[in-house]
Design a protein around this ligand. Sequence first.
Ligand SMILES: *Cc1c(COP(=O)(O)O)cnc(C)c1O
Length: 452
Amino acid sequence: MNGLHSIPSVERLLQSDQAKAWINLYGRPLTLQALRLTLDDVRRRMIDGSLDMPPEHSEILTQAQSHLDAWTSPTLQPVINATGVILHTNLGRAPLSAAAVRAMQLAGEAYSNLEFDLSTGRRGSRLIHAEEILKRLTGAEAAMVVNNNAAAILLALSALAARRRVIIPRSQLVEIGGGFRVPEVMKQSGAKLVEIGTTNKVRLSDYEEALQTPDALVMRAHRSNFRIVGFVEEPSLQEVVDTSHRSGALVLDDLGSGALLDTSAYGLAHEPTVQESLAAGCDLVCFSGDKLLGGPQAGIILGRANLIDRIKKHPLARAVRADKTCLAGMTATLLHYLKDEAEREIPVWQMISMKQEQAKVRAETWRDALGQGDVVPSESTVGGGSLPGETLPTWVLSLSVGNPDTFLKRLRAEKPPVIARTENDRVLLDPRTVLRGQDDALLSALKAVLKP
Ligand SMILES: *Cc1c(COP(=O)(O)O)cnc(C)c1O
């Protein structure tokens, strides 16, 4: 306990060059907090006898630095996705195009006419900003952007189906992930859920029967993340729409992913497109902005103008509205489709359209730079609630390491963290989802972890 007086004072430590630099970097209050916390800890350890002498100043400063680092590093940080899952929901879904990023930055750093009509000088509506381009692209009468697709469905049903019956086949009562269940969101809106058919079969007659009771809305939810095969039957969307309309019921289509391009052109199964749903006559179509569309997190509602008008006026619309950076990024993303340059400019579509051969060349470059591993054929997936079970042929770098799980863990501790996968006790790195410009960072992480 005698050594207590030899613990340096906060004032003393503040005189060090290091502490002076911290005040510049982190501000005086935080620097003081870090030093005090460190010194309190030293005092405690000396009192309880686990320490005889105060540590060197340099050691105290190192400890304070680690507090400052921990307190100021964001928990949300970029990672390198080497998993080959293109729309990896846990890794933030769609990376954005350069133009979308620029637009979001501009919207963030300056004032904008978000809700200001430049011609009249009066209050305007934020909802107009992505609407025109959505209408032009899809031919829909009206459009609206909200926070995400779950919000789009909740809002649309709250505005149009509260206390009314909503008919949906049992084969479409999907759980998307993270516990998000379509039937629960439907109930939350106040709609009365009417389940028809069985898990594997639903017929037009099931719809007709449920539609005999008036005041209903028919919903279709895309089976985004699973497939039903075997003894199955389901009428086409066109038939469902025609039957519903004959009974005067509206049809809401939850497309999930919202593809504007045809995935079958890339060797994948055909994911239903927005254009097809509208052509079939759906009154409303909802989908995500950050799945196959490749934009920022958003939910998009398209459809008949009188319905969208009612949705816009519902009180929940305010609670789920999209922010200005989202609207800017969404418009920039949609512009790529309008200019027919989506495949070239939108990362998700660059990855989907990447040729096997390109992946092979890149994996070989990695192997040569590391001096180890094998380049072997494998499969990438689209993920993110689209194209369940579908794969894209790719080539990966396959590494044989002592303990694959430990290896993955160490890769995740790198800066930036690298996320990879294992298969048959080997670590696989898929070039398809590693962004252009990330190769050097990936290689230095791998070198650090492979170092004996
Ligand atoms: C992904 C998905 C949703 C939820 O969309 P978010 O944008 O994540 O809220 C809803 N329905 C279906 C069918 C989906 O695939």
